[in-house]
Write a protein that binds this ligand. Structure first.
Ligand SMILES: C[S@@+](CC[C@H](N)C(=O)[O-])C[C@H]1O[C@@H](n2cnc3c(N)ncnc32)[C@H](O)[C@@H]1O
Length: 262
């Protein structure tokens, strides 16, 4: 494995931090975090990971909470460029994988436009890790030959939604990220598009951390169960036959609260 020499020209590293458990960052991501002059981090970055930064590193919180941006994306892009142009090694630490609903592409484009060197260090995305921590393989022989990750951020009733619910209802496993508050509407849309109400569905909150909670239900019941339990972001929902596998013996992550609703 090779790393850039410190040649006085700054580089921006878009580093995936993994889904929550700090041990799930990649070795490369951790090495870069330990070398960085500046670390820009998100809401989901754990203190344990931030403690890996050099004591003299500048740590900048650019976290946004859902529906409330504390710092705009343009400001984050400008900061990345400014720090790198000052000759600094910049780590942009992002939850999960930087290129999965992480706006990492926009940050990389901003670097490119400014002539700033950048590298992408992929991370373990919660799109796969959250199901895994609930005992759900997103593909499984004879059950699901593929999976689709989509966002619940968009209003499923708006005319111009780019989410094709009819197409989603026909494919294998569905992994829904963000937009927990729209789960009821999304479930309705999927059922209206032909997905059976009894399709297994599981929602995982704070996957891979000691706060992890899991609710197992069906497409028809999951939204109400999640709302009753007071689930909040970050949470990921898996819909499809594979979401029945935890009940068949795949629950392996023991230290979490679980509600089983058939
Ligand atoms: C802005 S997206 C970022 C996704 C991230 N780039 C990734 O690859 O995991 C945030 C969404 O990721 C999901 N998410 C992130 N961390 C999670 C976790 N520990 N448990 C469950 N879902 C998580 C939730 O759906 C959350 O709303």
């Amino acid at each position: 494995m090779t790393y850039r020499k410190d040649d006085g020209i700054g580089t921006v590293y878009l580093v995936g931090a993994g889904p929550g458990d700090p041990d799930l960052i990649t070795v490369k991501g951790l090495k870069l975090l330990r070398r960085a002059d500046v670390v820009l981090f998100d809401r989901l970055a754990s203190d344990e990971l931030l403690n890996e930064a050099r004591p003299d590193a500048e740590l900048i919180d650019v976290g946004k909470t859902p529906y409330r941006a504390s710092i705009s994306q343009d400001e984050i892009n400008a900061l990345l460029v400014e720090k790198a142009q000052a000759g600094l090694t910049v780590v942009r630490l992002k939850g999960g994988d930087p290129f999965v609903f992480g706006r990492g592409g926009e940050e990389a484009l901003a670097c490119y436009a400014a002539g700033v060197r950048f590298e992408v260090v992929p991370g373990v995305s919660s799109a796969i890790a959250a199901p895994a921590y609930a005992g759900i393989p997103v593909t499984h022989r004879h059950m699901s030959t593929g999976f689709t990750v989509f966002t619940g951020h968009e209003d499923p009733n708006k005319d111009e939604t780019s989410v094709d619910y009819e197409a989603l209802a026909r494919v294998g496993t569905l992994v829904l990220m963000m937009g927990l508050g729209k789960l009821a509407k999304i479930s309705e849309r999927l059922q209206a598009a032909g997905l059976a109400p009894e399709t297994p569905a599981v929602c995982i909150e704070w996957a891979s951390t000691d706060q992890q909670r899991v609710i197992e239900g069906t497409l028809a019941t999951i939204a109400a169960l999640v709302s009753e339990a007071g689930f909040e972001s970050p949470a990921t929902t898996v819909i499809g036959a594979v979401a029945a596998l935890p009940q068949q013996g795949l629950r392996w992550f023991k230290d979490h609260e679980i509600e089983i609703c058939s």
